[in-house]
Design a protein around this ligand. Structure first.
Ligand SMILES: Nc1nc2c(ncn2[C@@H]2O[C@@H]3COP(=O)(O)O[C@H]3[C@H]2O)c(=O)[nH]1
Ligand SMILES: [Zn+2]
Length: 438
């Protein structure tokens, strides 16, 4: 419509030498119609927003722009981080930072950057690898800038994964078993492992045939992208925390980070866990391949460790995850793509999402890791078992509630035929806010 109007305008201009007022009026109307369309993008089941989005047809790039942080916001965070960075982190904070119970929700972005800096300092990575403080700060800031504003896979998640890795390193005194380079690899991989995540998972990338899926031939497109972005950041000398490493160490770090970040693709979960479990009976810390498998397992543990945290820290994370999941399944429905079942808001509740995940994914993985590091049992595995019980209780309460609702409605209808409301989540949320088993 806009293009036709432009053609018409040009024609009139050529013929009469000036644009008549009628054309201006029509242009205004088109503008206002376009604004209306853009404000109802979520109604794209009408087939509207595909028409108005210009440029590439890839949904990945179309949506990606919207999740980016503004430069203004980033600069503010950077300024605050710079101002704070001279400040000594207190002994009390340093103590808590080493624990898996650490509460990320108490800290803002600039403070988290400072805490990340503290982790590198306390593991003595600055001295061991000759990392200059301004370079570390610029690297951390660039990492921050390259996480998007999305509900779950954001900078806060990267912070938590890094902090859990840091917590495990302290809890299990990992430096006794793994080398300094390996510790540098694990901490930095944790920090970079979801860089520039668009908020839509690999299944979506492949089904929607996004730029990423095309670029990486459907093979772990997201994880390949996260890793590539990490090394793009490291290409800039002012951000390159590895710039003083020997060629040999840099090669080790790069290989290690690629291995660790690619291991976070859950499509490879059974493959990676299976290989690791086979090694457990004869696990040997002096064997390089064994250590590599262990590093991949620790990355995976850290990545999906929210339920190992205290309930009031863990539960808001589940809300964030479901928000991102539901957004993806909504978009899949709008775009006519296969809907990922565990992301469907019509089918998933908080307990249904967690009970299976904890029993079949988290506990087997965590218990395998604890065969090598038994210190994990009380501090990381027990909280996950408690969380499982909590969500099982929630499930029972939900079912009771539904039975009562069915019964009441049956009585009201007098025919026993009931219609079930999908708003189970309300009960779940009510229960969850109490943070107690019913
Ligand atoms: N149901 C559930 N899934 C999780 C939880 N934590 C992580 N995941 C999933 O595990 C995946 C790990 O890789 P991704 O970051 O791609 O996406 C993550 C989620 O799909 C959780 O607490 N509950
Ligand atoms: Zn992650």
């Amino acid at each position: 419509m806009e293009r036709r109007l432009e053609d018409l305008e040009r024609k009139i201009l050529v013929e009469s030498g000036e644009t008549p007022p009628l054309v201006f009026e029509m242009r205004k109307k088109v503008e206002s119609f376009r604004e209306k369309l853009e404000s109802v993008e979520h109604l794209s089941w009408l087939g509207l927003f595909k028409d108005i989005s210009s440029g590439t047809s890839s949904p990945f790039w179309n949506k990606k722009g919207k999740a980016r942080k503004s430069l203004e916001h980033c600069k503010l965070v950077q300024d605050r981080f710079k101002k704070m960075s001279a400040v000594q982190v207190t002994e009390d904070v340093r103590f808590h930072l080493r624990k898996p119970t650490f509460d990320n929700w108490q800290w803002d972005d600039a403070e988290m950057l400072l805490l990340l800096q503290q982790m590198y300092i306390e593991l003595e990575l600055l001295t061991k690898f000759n990392i200059e403080t301004p370079v570390l700060q610029q690297f951390l800031y660039e990492v921050y800038r390259h996480y998007n504003q999305i509900p779950f896979h954001n900078f806060n998640h990267a912070f938590c994964v890094t902090q859990m890795m840091y917590g495990i390193i302290w809890l299990c005194e990992v430096w006794e078993k793994l080398s300094d380079v390996e510790i540098l690899v694990m901490l930095t991989s944790a920090l970079c492992h979801d860089l520039d995540h668009p908020g839509y998972n690999n299944a979506y990338q492949v089904n929607a045939r996004t730029e990423l899926a095309l670029r990486y031939n459907d093979i772990s497109p997201l994880e390949n992208h996260h890793c590539a972005v990490a090394f793009e950041i490291l290409e800039k000398p002012e951000c390159n925390i590895f710039r003083n490493l020997s060629v040999e160490n840099f090669k080790k770090v790069r290989e290690g980070m690629i291995r660790c970040i690619l291991a976070t693709d859950m499509a490879r979960h059974n493959e990676i866990l299976g290989k690791f479990k086979a090694l457990i009976p004869e696990f040997d810390f002096s064997n390089k391949e064994h250590r590599e498998q262990l590093m991949m397992i620790l990355m995976k543990v850290s990545d999906i460790s929210n339920e190992a945290r205290p309930m009031d820290v863990a539960e808001p994370w589940l809300d964030c995850l479901l928000k991102e999941f539901f957004n993806q399944s909504d978009v899949e429905k709008l775009e006519g793509l296969p809907v990922t079942p565990f992301m469907d808001r019509e089918k998933v509740t908080k307990p249904s999402s967690q009970t299976g995940f904890i029993q079949f994914v988290l506990l087997p993985l965590f218990e395998a890791a604890a065969c090598i590091f038994p210190e994990m049992q009380p501090h990381i595995i027990q909280p996950v078992r408690d969380a499982l019980q909590y969500y099982k209780d929630m499930q029972v309460a939900l079912e009771d509630q539904n039975k009562k609702k069915d019964h009441n409605e049956g009585e009201r209808n007098g025919d026993g035929v009931t219609s079930r409301s999908p708003l189970e989540t309300e009960v779940v949320v009510g229960l969850a806010n109490g943070h107690k088993s019913p």
